[in-house]
Design a protein around this ligand. Structure first.
Ligand SMILES: NC(=O)c1ccc[n+]([C@@H]2O[C@H](COP(=O)([O-])OP(=O)(O)OC[C@H]3O[C@@H](n4cnc5c(N)ncnc54)[C@H](OP(=O)(O)O)[C@@H]3O)[C@@H](O)[C@H]2O)c1
Length: 287
């Protein structure tokens, strides 16, 4: 881990040599018409990593905000993801071209298979991954990775494919620490990205989190996000509230004591803490 010269946000080196700011800004559930405004606030605040997806319908707003910011394209790390209806290779190629067009960029920093969908496409996410390998080889996806992959899915890629995913983006927060997947990632050089890092706000009322926050003079969101940072997770909290966008960025002038990290570690409820769909059975394809 190192600190980028232009900001206080540490960077994580991926297994392909590219680096990603450990803290970014997520745009899930931001309506397309509001996305450019929210991303502009994030870029003004100092975020240099934006996490979007074809499924969110707001890649265009991300690209607009980037161009309006006056920042160089190279200064902002952009992730997008393949939508669930496009896993077959020809469809994936067309969808990826669409992502670049929506963003108004000739590359993405990171492109992910959004969901493994093991009950669809005859269980075949391997040919989808091999198609992402093409985007990586031709340079239009600087890094490629997966999202919501379970250990069995990662093992299957390891047996059949050449490129190890650079990241696995999974649900992970204090109530659901996704430990088997995280352990597999770490053992195989795959960076874990933690989606819903504050459990969409649900973890912010927790008594242990609030006790720590009150004692050290930080907010519950800052305590939980700092916990992720100290575990080495990559995070991109979402907010459309400017004050929260700033609050979530102010994580690098304090550290949690080991005892406090352990108190948050103890909040894990295993599968019972999962809020989102289970990737083993999730089969949603947007219409
Ligand atoms: N790969 C996947 O399948 C997947 C799935 C889900 C999410 N993601 C990614 O992960 C990102 C983050 O996850 P998420 O959007 O689900 O949830 P999240 O970041 O854990 O939480 C967002 C929610 O928390 C609120 N919030 C944000 N900062 C706060 C603060 N400081 N204090 C109190 N409330 C706060 C936001 O409200 P306001 O906006 O009203 O401020 C919003 O309702 C997404 O945007 C997306 O990029 C990926």
């Amino acid at each position: 881990m190192s600190t980028s010269p232009t900001s206080t946000v540490p960077t994580i080196e991926l297994n392909d040599g590219h680096v990603v700011p450990q803290l970014g800004f997520g745009v899930f559930q931001i309506p397309p018409a509001e996305t450019a405004q929210a991303v502009s606030v994030a870029l003004e605040t100092g975020y240099r990593h934006i996490d979007t997806a074809e499924m969110y319908g707001n890649e265009r707003g991300v690209g607009e905000a980037l161009r309006a910011s006056g920042l160089d394209r190279a200064d902002v790390f952009i992730t997008s993801k393949l939508n669930n209806g496009f896993h077959e290779p020809e469809a994936a190629r067309a969808a990826f071209a669409g992502t670049l067009e929506e963003l108004g960029s000739d590359y993405v920093d990171l492109f992910l298979i959004h969901w493994p969908l093991p009950t669809l496409y005859g269980g075949d996410f391997v040919s989808t991954w091999k198609t992402l390998e093409e985007f990586h080889a031709d340079g239009r996806a600087r890094s490629i990775g997966v999202s919501n992959f379970q250990v069995a899915h990662l093992e299957r890629l390891a047996e059949t494919c050449d490129v190890v995913p650079a990241v696995n983006q999974v649900e992970l927060h204090p109530s659901f620490q996704n430990r088997d997947v995280d352990a597999y990632d770490r053992a195989h050089g795959i960076a874990t990205e933690a989606w819903s890092p504050i459990a969409q706000g649900q973890v912010l009322g927790d008594a242990a989190v609030n006790e720590i926050a009150d004692r050290i003079g930080k907010t519950p969101a800052q305590v939980v996000l700092r916990w992720h940072i100290q575990h080495g997770n990559i995070v991109f909290p979402k907010s459309t509230t400017p004050a929260r966008i700033e609050e979530n960025f102010a994580l690098f002038d304090f550290a949690l004591e080991p005892d406090d990290v352990a108190k948050i570690d103890a909040l894990d409820r295993g599968e019972a803490g999962r809020n989102g769909p289970n990737p083993d059975v999730f089969d949603y394809v947007p219409g």
